[in-house]
Design a protein around this ligand. Structure first.
Ligand code: WTA
Length: 653
């Protein structure tokens, strides 16, 4: 297949041709899922979607009636300005209405829905035999008790509380206790360093820290309290003593205790100019996570839901805590990792709790794919109905494996595209309605109105590729950047006045399906042809020897930019000149000669954020042997970086 010379962009046509060979087959929703689905057909989805964007006030107003509001909204249900040329950007849903999210996800479920005895969480510890469960009533009691503790420590509405804990029920208790008091929780993933914790405490001037003595992640003991102490010491050195530190004894004994922080002096109020937090509002966020949870996972009362994300990330906030609880769902809360004690852990948990809806990231799927089908098929998985993914474009290869092996071809796959900033899902299939195409996040969720723009900001119709933007607000949209509204406007609204700009590239195919092509800054420009990293990586991963691939642009005297590829091999394969040639051939065939990589490096590990996103920024530097990496505090495993530096490709292959 040759590359059409007349086209400045590769993308749709090549992908379709590749698709004609193997890729873009569409899969109907499984009849077992459709039968009981809230939205059982594409037509019904279209009707609901049309109403949700044409009459957003009525659509969301009806949903809002299901929730508890302390005072209702006195004025208009929705007002907004998305256009910087017309003044300040603002989004107001239900302005003036007041509520409490903790009340809505606990008291309302226990008292109004009468679900007090229902299990809120099955907790599965790092070791398979460590388990507990907690009902909605018990959770409510613990939250009330712990909010009293916080109150005694002086925490009031508007105060910020840092939480640095592993995935244990007390983490959920701590966050909901904050929410109950109207305090803001800043949850710092327990894999972060003392330095990162200190930065985050300072960023939002937290007056209290809640942490844990220690925990195991796989075989590794993490002395969290030591890291917390170090962070508190650093904060003190920087003139910001945290008032109090509460330590949950987890490895020692599971009970809440308080300990004094290194300093008892009151916090110093400091201005926070560098703060970058995304600000969500309680009412809009709650409506949106509850509604997306219900429809995207097609929630039914008997479901057992499991989202593997850590609560420290937005996915955990929205789909471990708030979304499921707002629906009165039963979820699994998992402390461990997918590879401990062995690589079939996830599927053994699925069987143990009869998980019906499962939600994870492409990185986890690719990791497990490396070990073949047997660790999956060893377990029944008969309970599974819906499988979700989030966080990155999922390459069709991984999608097909997820569908064929994990889901035994009888589950719906929901590839959910969204961002921290959007609060909840934006583009996603609905499991009983949407015919799926592997690698496509398919269609917009209710209330979401996407468009694809070209560089000059014109909306493109039909088949097109360009910038993904949203034309009107949905309830879960962020309202500002904490302490920096200008930055909010500049980042999301300035480039194309009138639109929320995601920063992601996107393609729409002839059937109207949306395909995320990756972050705009990850686009490659080879001899004037724009290529998306997702496209090239996907072609590499289709080779049986490749488990994971990351592609970055590298300066080239003639082409401007050329492709530098990092590949992680599957178990049992060897990196060799023959393999390099096969990979090049594969890319030439699937995408076109223009995309032939100049460099392919063996990468036993890739630098990733702790939420599993490949850090292409770091890879670009490695390719150029530039050791000035900037901030690498979010890299999950820093040792992979030096390993990659040591084995750089020096000459064009
Ligand atoms: C990427 C995670 C393709 C995208 C909830 C987005 C995806 C960024 C998908 C947000 C998906 C997330 N397909 N790309 N299904 N989901 N992304 O803020 O680039 O951690 O802008 O939120 O992840 O990442 P964040």
């Amino acid at each position: 297949m040759g590359l059409p010379e007349e086209r400045g962009r590769t993308g749709s046509r090549e992908q379709e041709e590749a698709g004609a060979q193997s890729r873009v087959q569409s899969w109907s929703p499984p009849p077992e899922v459709t039968r009981s689905a809230h939205v059982p057909s594409l037509q019904r989805y279209r009707e609901l979607h049309r109403r949700s964007v044409e009459e957003p006030r009525e659509f969301w107003g009806d949903i809002a009636k299901e929730f508890y509001w302390k005072t209702s909204c006195p004025g208009p249900f929705l007002q907004y300005n998305f256009d910087v040329t017309k003044g300040k950007i603002f989004i107001e849903w239900m302005k003036g209405a007041t509520t409490n999210i903790c009340y809505n996800v606990l008291d309302r479920i226990v008292h109004e829905k009468k679900l007090g005895d229902k299990i809120a969480f099955y907790w599965e510890g790092n070791e398979p035999e460590e388990t507990t469960q907690i009902t909605y009533r018990e959770l409510l009691m613990q939250v009330c008790r712990f909010s009293n503790v916080l109150q005694k420590q002086g925490i009031r509405k508007g105060d910020r509380v840092a939480i640095y804990m592993p995935m244990i029920p007390e983490l959920v208790v701590a966050m909901l206790a904050c929410a109950r008091l109207g305090a803001l929780h800043s949850i710092v993933f327990a894999g972060f360093s003392a330095e990162s914790l200190c930065e985050r405490i300072l960023d939002s001037s937290c007056s209290l820290l809640i942490t844990t003595d220690a925990f195991y992640r796989g075989e590794k003991l993490v002395n969290l309290k030591e890291l917390a102490d170090e962070a508190l010491e650093k904060c003190r050195e920087k003139g910001f003593p945290v008032r109090c530190c509460i330590v949950v004894k987890h490895l020692g004994r599971a009970e809440m205790g308080t300990s004094d922080s290194p300093s008892q002096s009151p916090p110093i109020k400091r201005p926070c100019p560098d703060v970058q937090g995304v600000v969500h509002t309680v009412g809009g966020y709650m409506l949106y996570v509850a509604t997306t949870f219900k429809y995207v996972f097609d929630f039914h009362p008997e479901d057992v839901f499991w989202c593997t994300a850590d609560i420290g990330w937005i996915t955990g906030h929205s789909y471990v805590t708030y979304g499921p609880l707002a629906n009165g769902a039963t979820s699994v809360l998992f402390e461990g990792i997918p590879t401990y004690p062995d690589v079939s852990r996830l599927w053994s948990i699925v069987d143990k709790y009869k998980v019906t809806k499962f939600y994870t990231a492409p990185t986890a799927i690719r990791l497990l794919m490396k070990f073949g089908d047997e660790p999956v098929t060893r377990h029944s998985r008969a309970s599974l109905q819906v499988l979700g993914t989030v966080g990155e474009p999922i390459n069709p290869e991984a999608w097909l494996w997820y569908h064929r092996v994990v889901g035994a071809q009888r589950c719906s796959i929901v590839d959910t595209f969204w961002q921290t900033e959007t609060g909840g899902h934006m583009l996603t299939p609905l499991p009983g309605a949407t015919p799926m195409k592997p690698g496509s996040a398919t269609f917009p969720f209710f209330g979401v109105s996407p468009a694809i723009l070209n560089e000059s900001g014109e909306e493109l119709e039909g088949e097109a590729e360009g910038y993904l933007v949203f034309k009107q607000p949905w309830p879960g949209i962020m309202r500002t950047v904490y302490g920096n509204h200008e930055r909010f406007e500049a980042t999301y609204f300035k480039k194309f006045p009138g639109y929320y700009v995601t920063g992601d590239g996107c393609r729409r195919d002839q059937d109207g399906y949306y395909w995320i092509t990756g972050r705009i800054d990850d686009m490659l420009n080879v001899s004037g042809h724009l290529l998306s990293t997702a496209e090239v990586e996907s072609a590499l991963v289709e080779h049986e020897a490749i488990a994971e691939a990351a592609v970055v642009g590298h300066p080239h005297p003639v082409k401007g930019e050329c492709l530098y590829c990092f590949v992680t091999l599957c178990d049992g394969y060897i990196f060799s000149p023959t393999l390099i040639e096969e990979l090049k051939k594969q890319i030439r065939e699937k995408i076109g000669p223009i995309a032939t990589p100049d460099y392919i490096q063996n990468a036993p590990g890739l630098p990733k954020t702790r939420s599993g996103k490949i850090m292409r920024r770091v890879l670009r530097k490695i390719a150029q042997n530039d050791h000035d990496l900037g901030d690498t505090s979010t890299v999950a495993d820093p040792t992979v970086i030096s390993q990659l530096f040591n084995h750089r490709c020096l000459t064009i292959q």
